[in-house]
Design a protein around this ligand. Sequence first.
Ligand SMILES: [Ca+2]
Length: 291
Amino acid sequence: MDRDQQKLFLFLVFLGSVLEFAESGFNAVYLKQTNATLTCGNPPEEFFETQQGFISSIDRVPFTCNASDPARAYPPENMVDGLLGTHWQSSAGEDLAFITISFEQAFFAQHINITFGNYRRPGAIKVEKSTDFGATFTPWHYLVTSPARRQCSVQFGVDAFQGLISRVDQVLCTEYIRYVPPEYNETISIELNQKQRGDGSQDSYTPGLQHHYTVREIEVTGRCDCKGHADGNHCPLNQGFRACQCEGNTCGVHCDECCPIYNQFPWKIGNGAPWTNDPAAKCEQGNITGL
Ligand SMILES: [Ca+2]
């Protein structure tokens, strides 16, 4: 196994139903429950940042990760707090990390942005999703280091994406886009079911400096499923939960029922689902009959 294959894996596994892409939306994981394995600081440990590799060992001053000291802790919730100045960090010398974010409700998703910290990105990322609140997970997207044709097969047992999408739910295996200067404080965007990423250039990995792994922020752009009775882009967050702003006399978190007295005809899904309201599918007030 070469150095690339030994580099860190980041497994992102998501709870919730997220199956389509949208034109715009909101950050569906902001302040959501986030867990990670290998979080540093228990027991406390010293570390160096990647940039310190460019100065002499005599002049380096180590940092400390201490899970019991808020000023020196790097907990998983730092990945979804909306602040690039805070980050999660793994323990030294670990190669396989799992990050789990609970959506707590169903969303449609467009893409995932991951902003890393002062360390090189992982050698590969596997993104999985769950639609049964974590009981089971299925692959969603793979990201690998070049060359994708070989790494997709070796690490995930699939073929590299060749630029032709055959199904909207196709699981793509693509290569990291190339950054200069390389590989720390990067933001990568994983386009879901949309397009190929990466340019096929070589990875200038430098052995001996990648002792930790950090993630500053994760964003998942999503939309609510309003069944064609509201714009899924506008579903305000209220006490940790998003609900559609239903139109057409519909009610419910997903506008999936007619409001009371608007029951002349059965509820039906709108043709604009999940993106826009369909006035033709609105619920009508029932006939009022006298005695
Ligand atoms: Ca953060």
